[in-house]
Design a protein around this ligand. Structure first.
Ligand SMILES: O=C(O)c1ccccc1N[C@@H]1O[C@H](COP(=O)(O)O)[C@@H](O)[C@H]1O
Length: 225
């Protein structure tokens, strides 16, 4: 029996948070990265965090953060998971976990198979793994994540790690079922695919995305019974 969990990332408003929670999001992501159109201030994050129910994990997205930034964020915002979306080494992942006593999800930018096997060296250190698409070198305005780009989902099928992993990168309400089928993922993460404009979430797209994820779960359950 398969149950798919979803993370809605880059939440900045109360109404998008509420729609995500009401429609079954298991994770909510706040982006703490200045260059992102989804960047959220500590004050806004703190205020929104008060409306995240206990059964939903609040994830902070960081790119090569300094300890001081992590400490300042955790001082104000009750995160349950730290997402490291930069070039953090296995040693740095271990250090962040030990220092801040929170689970860490390490993200990998994927173009080919080697980018996926690179995760092996983190699988005994990180608590979760996340696979996003690598931006092409000629994309000058690329962010470390949140670019709405996909990789070949079949590359990850049949990979197995001792820790849970999420699929992300260019997911949308329209393609998430194909992505789940082709990748074999049990967890998905979306940001720009549920937006009307960069940084502006669509309530309709959030609920359609989460319903599509739920419908995949229903199909998988039926197939297994
Ligand atoms: O969303 C962002 O702006 C962002 C910025 C810096 C690092 C990570 C970011 N988001 C993560 O990117 C992936 C893919 O997003 P998308 O669905 O393709 O837009 C996702 O894991 C977000 O958590």
């Amino acid at each position: 029996m398969t149950s798919v969990q979803a993370k809605i990332c880059g939440i900045t408003t109360r109404d998008s948070l509420e729609v995500a929670v009401r429609n079954g999001a298991r994770y909510i992501g706040f982006v703490f990265f200045d260059r992102s159109p989804r960047n959220i201030s500590l004050a806004e994050a703190r205020a929104l965090a008060a409306h995240v129910p206990d059964h939903v994990t609040l994830c902070g997205v960081f790119v090569n953060p300094a300890d001081a930034d992590l400490a300042a964020t955790l001082d104000r915002v009750p995160l349950g998971l730290i997402q490291l979306h930069g070039s953090e080494s296995p040693e740095r992942v271990r250090e962040v976990k030990d220092r801040f006593q929170l689970p860490v999800m390490k993200a990998f930018a994927v173009r080919g198979k080697d980018d996926i096997t690179r995760a092996d060296q983190y699988a005994t250190i990180a608590d979760m793994l996340l696979f996003d698409a690598k931006a092409p070198e000629n994309m000058t305005d690329a962010l470390p994540g949140g670019n709405g780009l996909s990789f070949d989902w079949r590359l990850i099928k049949d990979h197995d790690w001792s820790v849970p992993w999420m699929l992300s990168g260019g997911l949308t309400p329209e393609n998430v079922n194909d992505a789940l089928r082709q990748s074999g993922a049990h967890m998905v993460d979306v940001s720009s695919g549920v937006e009307d404009h960069p940084g502006v979430k669509s309530l309709d797209k959030i609920s359609t995305f989460l319903k599509a994820v739920q419908s995949h779960k229903a199909k998988a359950t039926r197939n297994c019974s």
